[in-house]
Each structure stands twice: as structure tokens, then as C-alpha cells.
Design a protein around this ligand. Structure first.
Ligand code: CTP
Length: 229
């Protein structure tokens, strides 16, 4: 079913993990499957949005056309591609689980096993959402994700302020059947006015509908504010 407000809106979604190379055959990554980001992208596409998924390495069967997906590997590549699409995006959804660190130097040859311990020098990765938020335009909507094991709401609000998110989807990872690798998720949506919308545990495809409906609501609010300002 097409939705008038979503129709032809340009929506960019970062999804999946990033991989940070150690040497030509090894990398640092995490357990993100990209299921949540892809589910949101597929639902918004079905409503008529122009969707671009900037995707880390995932193993997902998707109904999206290949033209809607740009594959990247590292955080630096994800930033470069997302920045390009961010220029004329109406909505950006930052669902990727970006690796927090990368190797200071990537070995050009396979690192050989030695008797003693191996030390890798890790340096912080670029923060994609924070970097892009510096050029956020008034009419753009940014949605962030937060996965917290303690002080969830407080941490979600501080991420929201720092990265200029309009809303943060807070994943309750500590609950059974929620978060990385599961087909279900329980979320709370935390808004910039600090209101919190709770949801039941549901299939990620159903959570995607809830998040998309929330985005439609934010678009309605924003278009009304900009029109009457
Ligand atoms: N994010 C990003 N680039 C990063 C790290 C995070 O774009 N390098 C985005 C995520 O996609 C998510 C939000 O920022 O939408 C919050 O990510 P999270 O990893 O929870 O936050 P951090 O700021 O990295 O904080 P911490 O890991 O310390 O909780």
C-alpha cells in the first residue's frame, strides 16, 4: 500500500555490521545481522519511498531491488557512501552496528603465528551519525538506534542530543528474544521531547512497521511545522 507522505521520499538506511581488516584474511566485526535495518527498508520501499540501504556485509535474502543496496565493508567506506546519499535525503536511519575500533595499521601480508602474544593497536572508528549530523538540515529526520545493557533511557537521550536524532530506537538486548541475531525485538522509541513510546516484543518485520509508522508521524509533524512557520 502506498503512503502519500512517504511516497518518493529519499530514505537512507545504514544496516548490518562493519568489518575492520587486520590483515588480508582477518577482520574485527560484531554479531549484527542487518535484519532490523533491512526489514525497515523493505517496508518503507513497499510504501513507495526511494530507499537506499548502505549495507555492511550481511547474509540476507531481500525483496529490495539490487539498485536499492550499496554494499560497503568498513566504517570509513560506510561513512563516505552515506555522506554522499545524505546530501538530498529526507530521512536517514542509522541502524548499522558500526565497529567502535579499527586497526591503526592493516598488515599488507597475513600475520604469521608466533610463540609470544600478539598486540593489535586499535584506534577509534569514525562516528558516522555524529559526522553526518554536523550538516543536518532542519527538514531532515534522523533516526538512531541504541543498544544498552544499563541506564537505557538516559543513554538513549544523550545519544539523541549528541547526534541530533529526532528519535532513538532503544533495543532491550538484555531480554530473551531481543536484539542481535533474533527474529524478534522489543523496543522503546525515545523522542527529542523525552517522551517514550513502549512496544511489545514482536517479530522484527512487525517492529519495522512500528518504526516506519513513527517516521510517517515525524514527517507529518515536521511538514506542518515548516509549513506554518
Ligand atoms: N553509530 C554510527 N557510527 C558509529 C557508532 C554508532 O553511526 N561509529 C550510530 C549507530 O548506527 C546508532 C547510534 O549511532 O544509530 C548509536 O550507536 P551506539 O553504538 O549505541 O553508540 P555509541 O555512540 O557508539 O556509544 P556506545 O557504544 O559507547 O554505547
Amino acid at each position: 500500500m502506498k503512503n502519500e507522505l512517504i511516497f518518493s521520499k529519499k530514505i537512507v538506511i545504514t544496516a548490518g555490521p562493519t568489518r575492520e581488516a587486520i590483515d588480508p584474511v582477518r577482520f574485527i566485526s560484531n554479531h549484527s545481522t542487518g535484519k532490523m535495518g533491512y526489514a525497515i527498508a523493505e517496508y518503507l520501499y513497499s510504501l513507495g519511498a526511494q530507499v537506499t540501504v548502505v549495507s555492511g556485509p550481511v547474509n540476507i535474502k531481500t525483496t529490495l531491488p539490487s539498485s536499492a543496496i550499496v554494499n560497503v565493508v568498513s566504517a570509513d567506506e560506510m561513512l563516505e557512501t552515506t555522506q554522499k546519499f545524505a546530501l538530498d535525503a529526507d530521512v536517514i536511519i542509522f541502524s548499522a552496528a558500526v565497529a567502535d575500533y579499527k586497526c591503526e595499521q592493516i598488515a599488507t601480508q597475513k600475520i604469521k603465528k608466533k610463540e609470544n602474544s600478539l598486540q593489535l593497536n586499535l584506534v577509534p572508528n569514525v562516528d558516522i551519525a555524529f559526522t553526518i549530523s554536523k550538516n543536518k538540515r532542519e527538514e531532515q529526520i534522523f533516526i538512531g538506534f541504541a543498544l544498552e545493557t544499563e541506564n537505557g533511557i538516559e543513554n538513549a537521550i544523550s545519544k539523541l542530543r549528541r547526534k541530533k536524532f529526532d528519535s532513538v530506537v532503544l533495543n532491550l538486548q538484555t531480554e530473551a528474544g531481543s536484539g542481535f541475531g533474533h527474529d524478534t525485538n522489543r523496543i522503546q522509541i525515545v523522542n527529542s521531547d523525552e517522551t517514550i513510546i513502549p512496544f511489545e516484543q514482536k517479530l522484527k518485520t512487525e517492529v519495522a512497521v512500528d518504526i516506519s509508522n513513527h517516521i510517517v508521524h515525524l514527517l507529518e509533524e515536521k511538514s506542518a511545522t515548516i509549513y506554518y512557520a
